[in-house]
Design a protein around this ligand. Structure first.
Ligand code: 6R9
Length: 676
């Protein structure tokens, strides 16, 4: 059988105008089933009464002060503000509300560390009730406010692994109106330094280290390298491992335990009643050009969006055990680990380590042990487990799962079917939720908690109620079914970004200029005859490696930094497991000799400057890169070469020999792979 991957299957269907999958419906969800025509009717009504629709949902949350205006553009579009005049607090909604009511003793968090004993049993688990969480959030808020003088609007950079202290610190920061900037613990010192400096953070919260695939990652050492380039006033270090040789620099650095030492167990910090449009977090994400963008989110709009989608998309009930496998360093973890489950008072699972450690059934054993019922994961993970084989799944009873979704990249129909059968017994509701850092929450998805339109293997489904997403052509006109176009959102939505930190012009230019009046997502998509949207992948120079967003620009900058490199071009090529893998074309400086050793050195260099996820799968040494006459690298041609596809329009190409060279390099690699 021909091996298909994420990108090609969707392109293939789009290009050949094939029917986009058959309807899939199961007995279990029969009572929620509606046909697509009925759904579009509901969707149309939600847009007709757009403001009332969203305000009726916002009313389900507790506000200290109700809003005067549902949505307005201030000073002008695209600077939208939601629930203006309203005041609320995320930490209050996430913990106080539950700790004061009947959920007080309900489990909020079941955490499992990576290490296991000889029999494969986890060595560390922690369980926190909503009352425990409430107490810890208050105590950390007390530390931030009274020990370190953190005030409303101050930025705190958080560089922590997947331990309970990560969501606790975020909720504590939001309690006092501080703005969090979480940096993925897999990122390098340079990436951390850049983010600390851009956000102007007063404080850094990190850990001594953590476990990953049986190895210790010494996080504070990496943080120290970053702090040489970007300073903060205070650093708090959580002892995750108890390493005894961690370098501490007083008076800047404090151990978490010392800082928390005399904070009373019953410390209480009044939640700051922040304005709806007050920023809650900055999250850096890759774009087409330039340094990562600090995407800013508000408080009220984001809360409403996340709350609504927890109900519609995940159908969360008090009897559920929710598990979103994403790291909190990415947006999925912000919305669906930190805020989503807590705002609805759910019990959730959080796991520190690698999915296949110590062996490929770790996740299945977690699901079995805690009875996970709603499961949110990524296509990369599913494809990895497909490779390991069904035997690993069959060792465990996964019958607790009743609903699943995937996120982060397109899911190929094979992976969808595999998961539907092997994890979901062909009984679960299962979709692929499209959204991005900029949208703050899910936008296009099946919504089994609401009504369920028939599922199809690999689709994202129709836009959720209250969201006007569409696929348009170059002129901004809706495309016909089966025609590839650009994904846009045609009106503001509650969880939308509130700009780019410190760069309003870039906000307008990146998202609102390609199609006036519409948010441009940067994705290619097609609609099928039912109006279901199938997102195909990025239309710009952004890679999705194992669901993690990386800019070609960032990888190229990292390579060019190396003294041997003159020029570099990076593209993503389809990868069976990761969706995409970066490959790099490198032009060396005069006199430098190419070779295996240098290729390895460059790969390591990228790991070091960005993080292990960014490591190029291959480095090709060439003497020139394909460029336009005006000097822009034509990555599109490199991609065509790698995909063995037609080159398309080459009239602007300056030197055809560059493409020939890329072809040759690629053919050599192919031959080498075949030899092996
Ligand atoms: C949530 C998240 C955003 C980009 C987005 C698109 C891709 C995300 C997807 C999907 C197809 C899905 N993407 N979910 N593509 N189907 N269900 O991943 O945010 O890291 O900002 O990435 O991810 O290309 O534009 P982020």
């Amino acid at each position: 059988m021909e091996k298909l991957n994420t990108n090609t299957i969707a392109y293939y269907m789009a290009e050949k105008e094939l029917p986009f999958g058959e309807y899939i419906m199961n007995k279990t969800w029969k009572d929620r089933e509606i046909d697509i025509k009925t759904y579009w009717e509901i969707h149309r009504k939600s847009l007709e009464n757009f403001e009332e629709f969203w305000s009726s949902i916002a009313k389900e949350l507790e506000w200290f002060k109700p809003w005067d205006t549902i949505v307005t553009a201030d000073p002008a579009p695209p600077f939208y503000k939601w629930f203006v005049g309203g005041r609320l607090n995320l930490s209050y909604l996430a913990v106080d509300k539950h700790a004061k009511g009947w959920r007080k003793n309900k489990l909020a968090l079941i955490w499992e560390g990576e290490p296991v004993d000889g029999a494969g049993k986890p060595l560390e688990t922690r369980k926190l009730t909503y009352y425990d969480l409430y107490r810890e959030v208050n105590r950390v808020a007390y530390m931030l406010k009274h020990k370190f003088g953190i005030r409303k609007g101050d930025r705190i950079t958080i560089y922590l692994p997947m331990i309970p202290e990560l969501p606790i610190t975020m909720l504590a920061a939001w309690r006092i109106g501080a703005i969090t900037s979480v940096v993925f613990s897999g990122f390098s010192a340079d990436a951390l330094a850049e983010r600390i400096a851009d956000a102007g953070a007063r404080m850094l919260i990190t850990a001594d280290g953590f476990w990953r695939r049986g190895k210790v990652v010494r996080l504070k050492d990496i943080a120290d390298q970053a702090l040489e380039k970007a300073g903060v006033e205070k650093v708090v270090v959580y002892r995750r491992l108890g390493l005894d040789d961690v370098k501490m620099s007083p008076p800047r650095d404090h151990w978490w335990d010392d800082a928390m030492g005399d904070v009373p167990l019953n410390a209480y910090v009044e939640p700051e009643q922040v304005e709806s449009e007050h920023p809650s977090y900055i999250l850096y994400t890759s774009g087409t050009t330039g340094k990562p963008k600090g995407i800013v989110h508000d408080t009220g709009g984001w809360a409403v969006h996340v709350y609504a989608t927890m109900k519609w998309v995940f159908d969360i009930k008090d009897t559920d055990v929710f598990w979103c496998t994403a790291d909190i360093g990415w947006v999925t973890g912000h919305s669906y680990v930190v805020l989503g489950p807590t705002i609805v008072g759910a019990t959730q699972v959080m796991y520190e380590g690698a999915p296949d450690y110590p062996q490929p059934d770790r996740w299945w054993s977690i699901i079995e042990r805690y009875g996970v019922s709603v499961f949110y994961t990524s296509p990369t993970a599913i494809r990895m487990f497909m490779r390991y084989g069904e035997e690993w799944v069959r060792r465990h009873d996964l019958s607790s799962i009743r609903l699943m979704h995937s996120v982060g990249e397109p899911i190929n129909p094979e992976a969808w079917r595999w998961a539907y059968k092997n994890l979901g017994r062909e009984e679960v509701a299962f979709g692929s939720t499209w959204w991005m850092t900029e949208t703050g929450g899910i936008v296009i998805s099946h919504a089994p908690g609401f009504y369920l339109v028939p599922m199809k293997a690999g689709t994202n489904g129709p836009p959720l109620p209250g969201f006007e997403a569409d696929v348009v052509d170059e002129e901004g006109r809706p495309v016909a079914p089966g025609v590839r176009g650009y994904l846009v959102i045609k009106r503001p939505w509650p969880g939308m970004l509130h700009g780019i930190w410190g760069d309003p012009d870039r906000y307008i230019k990146t998202y609102w200029s390609k199609f006036p009046g519409m948010f441009y997502a940067g994705d290619y998509a097609v609609k099928d005859g039912d109006g279901y949207i199938w997102v195909l992948g990025r239309a710009d120079e952004v890679l999705k490696v194992a669901g993690h967003r990386l800019g070609t620009y960032e990888l190229e900058s990292a390579l060019i930094e190396h003294p041997a490199v003159a020029e570099a071009a990076v593209i993503g090529i389809p990868d069976e497991v990761k969706g995409e893998a970066p490959i790099a074309y490198v032009v060396l400086k005069q006199g430098v000799q190419p070779g295996e050793a240098l290729a390895k050195e460059l790969r390591d260099h990228v790991r070091k400057t960005i993080g292990p996820i960014a490591e190029p799968a291959h480095i090709f040494f060439v003497t020139k890169l394909p460029k336009t006459r005006s000097g822009k690298i034509m990555r599109r041609l490199l991609r065509a070469v790698a995909m063995n596809a037609p080159l398309g329009d080459v009239t602007t190409l300056e030197d055809e020999a560059s493409v020939e060279e890329a072809k040759k390099a690629y053919e050599e690699l192919r031959a080498e792979i075949e030899r092996k």
